[in-house]
Design a protein around this ligand. Structure first.
Ligand SMILES: [Zn+2]
Length: 209
């Protein structure tokens, strides 16, 4: 296996033109004008910074109230978890499971997956490069649906209670929660999956997974 970088070739990330080098003056793709990098700049430091920000925001996202519901004389403030517990206790198991996956499980798995990718890249690991590339693809695909997490939390739990509560307002946790989603998205976007293969010897391509 020969990597493009070894024989001086680079592909445009936007139009996929393969070339010897970017336009020497502008550093851009001669066909579409996209900036050409052999690897994304600082492809470990940047995603790591975004990942740390996401992990830090995960705390207020889960401890601050995500919604405040009111119907005189009832007044409830719910965190994500207490909201899920409430749905569960009310017998809305499916909805509780849905909100749990969208707002707790998926964001946590995304953080963990990004952590694994960064940790193995920082260690210059040659461990399961195909698996890690696949993991990155899944992360990117899930990322396209990311704002859905926020919508689910903001709307779904509210909609189900609409019948019984006069007023439902989103709580302060919604902002850090959206921050978690955004930071995770930026982390995976600034990571360069090509770096996974930089420390993999030619033999590893024949590995079985
Ligand atoms: Zn191009």
């Amino acid at each position: 296996m020969t990597r493009a970088i070894e024989i001086g070739l680079v592909a445009c990330e936007s139009c996929e033109l393969v070339m010897r080098a970017a336009d020497p003056i502008t550093g851009t793709c001669p066909r579409c004008g996209e900036r050409i990098d052999r690897r994304k700049p600082n492809s470990l430091g940047r995603p790591l910074a975004f990942l740390i920000a996401a992990a830090a925001l995960y705390v207020p996202a889960n401890t601050l109230p995500i919604m405040v519901t009111e119907q005189f004389p009832l007044h409830r403030t719910d965190t994500i978890l207490s909201g899920i517990a409430f749905l569960w206790s009310e017998g809305s198991w499916l909805l509780a499971a849905l909100v749990f996956s969208a707002s707790v499980l998926v964001p946590m798995l995304k953080l963990a997956a990004m952590g694994v990718l960064l940790f193995t890249s920082a260690r210059r690991s040659s461990w399961r490069p195909r698996g890690r590339t696949k993991l990155y693809r899944v992360l990117e695909t899930v990322g396209h649906w990311s704002m859905l997490d926020v919508m689910v939390v903001a709307l779904l739990a509210a909609v189900v209670q609409l019948g019984r509560f006069a007023s439902i307002e989103p709580g302060p946790a919604l902002i850090p929660f959206a921050g978690v989603v955004l930071m995770t998205m930026l982390a995976s976007a600034s990571f360069d999956p090509r770096a996974i293969w930089d420390h993999v010897g030619p033999r590893s391509v024949h590995e079985r997974e």
